[in-house]
Design a protein around this ligand. Structure first.
Ligand code: NAP
Length: 279
C-alpha cells in the first residue's frame, strides 16, 4: 500500500431508485475537470439510513445530494436548514460546517426557476401554470412559482389528499389550488405545464397527461434520461415548447458543487456530461 495515498473526498447521492441518475456521471466529470481528489457515488438507501449516512459522510469532510423519495427525511435530519428547506420541507444537498453541524439546502428551487424561464421564454410573473405531482420535487416547483409571482398554479396529483396537503403546506394562497382532470380540461390555456411526477422514468409508463389535454404553450418535464422523455416527445409532436429535466438537474448540481467547494462549477463540462450544450 502506498503510505502517501490519501482517501478522496466522498460525495454521495442517497435515494431509491438511483440507478437512473446522471448525477455521478456529471459530478465526477466536474471533479475531474477541476482536478479535485473527490469521488461521487450513488447509493440506493432505505429511509432509516438517510440521516445517519448524511452525517457520517459530511463529518468526514464530504457531502452529497438526496433524491426521491427521501428529500423530506433529509430535511428532518439537518441541524441547520436553509430558507428554501424551511419553505419546501425538502432538502437535496448537504454538507458539514463547524459550529453549525449538518447543513442543508434545496437547490431544486432556483434550478427549476432557471429551466422554467428558459422553456417559457420569459419570467413566470403572472403566468398560469399546471403542476402534475405533489411529492418532493413538486414542493420546489410551488416555492419557485410563488416566489416568481405566478397568477395561477393548479396542482393535479394521483392522490388528491397529497395535493391538498401540498397546498395546505404553503398556507393556501389564492392562486394555488388543487384541480382534477375535468378542471384541467375546462381550464383556459396554461402558459406552462410541469411534470413533477415520476412517470416517464420507465419507457413503459403512461404519460402524466394525455396529449389531447395539453392545453398549454410550454411543457417542462422534470424527468430526464440521456434521450428525450416520452412526455417531451408528446409535446414536441404538438409543436409545443418543451424541455426535459436535464437543465434543472445540471443547475441544481452546479449549485450543490459551489456549496461544497466555494468556487464556480464547470457548467460546460457538466452540461456536456449529460449530452447538452452549455445553456
Ligand atoms: P416523490 O416525492 O416520490 O413524488 C412522486 C410523485 O409522482 C407523486 O406526486 C406521485 O403521486 C407521482 N406518481 C408516482 N407514480 C405515479 C403513477 N403511477 N401515476 C401517477 N402519479 C404517480 O418524487 P420527487 O422527488 O417529487 O420526484 C419526482 C420526479 O421528478 C422524479 O422523476 C425525479 O427524478 C424528478 N426530479 C427531477 C429533478 C431534476 O433536477 N430534473 C429534480 C427533482 C426531481 P402520489 O402522491 O399519488 O403517489
Amino acid at each position: 500500500m502506498n503510505p502517501d495515498a490519501t482517501i478522496p473526498q466522498l460525495f454521495v447521492l442517497l435515494g431509491d431508485p438511483v440507478q437512473h441518475s446522471l448525477s455521478p456521471r456529471m459530478q465526477n466529470a466536474a471533479f475531474a475537470a477541476a482536478k479535485l481528489d473527490a469521488v461521487y457515488v450513488a447509493l440506493r438507501t432505505p429511509a432509516q439510513m438517510v440521516g445517519p449516512l448524511m452525517r457520517e459522510v459530511a463529518v468526514a469532510g464530504g457531502g452529497g445530494n438526496v433524491t426521491l423519495p427521501h428529500k423530506g427525511v433529509a430535511a428532518q435530519a439537518l441541524d441547520e436548514a436553509s430558507e428554501a428547506v424551511h419553505a419546501t420541507g425538502a432538502c437535496n444537498v448537504f454538507w458539514w460546517e463547524e459550529g453549525k453541524g449538518l447543513c442543508g439546502d434545496n437547490t431544486d428551487v432556483e434550478a427549476f426557476r432557471i429551466a422554467a424561464e428558459a422553456v417559457a421564454g420569459s419570467s413566470l410573473l403572472g403566468a398560469r401554470v399546471l403542476l402534475l405531482g405533489a411529492g418532493g420535487a413538486a414542493r420546489a416547483v410551488v416555492q419557485a412559482c410563488l416566489a416568481a409571482g405566478v397568477s395561477q398554479l393548479d396542482v393535479l396529483n394521483r392522490s388528491s389528499e397529497r395535493a391538498v396537503q401540498l397546498v395546505n403546506g404553503f398556507g393556501r394562497p389564492s392562486m394555488l389550488n388543487t384541480v382534477d382532470r375535468s378542471g384541467v380540461v375546462g381550464s383556459d390555456r396554461y402558459d406552462l405545464i410541469v411534470n413533477a411526477t415520476s412517470l416517464g422514468l420507465r419507457e413503459a409508463d403512461p404519460l402524466p397527461l394525455e396529449p389531447d389535454v395539453l392545453n398549454t404553450a410550454a411543457v417542462l418535464d422534470l424527468v430526464y434520461g440521456l434521450d428525450e422523455t416520452p412526455f417531451v416527445r408528446a409535446a414536441r409532436k404538438l409543436a409545443l415548447e418543451s424541455m426535459d429535466g436535464r437543465r434543472m438537474l445540471v443547475e441544481q448540481a452546479a449549485r450543490s458543487y459551489e456549496t461544497w467547494f466555494g468556487f464556480e462549477a464547470p457548467r460546460r463540462v457538466m452540461y456536456a456530461s449529460v449530452g447538452m450544450q452549455t445553456a
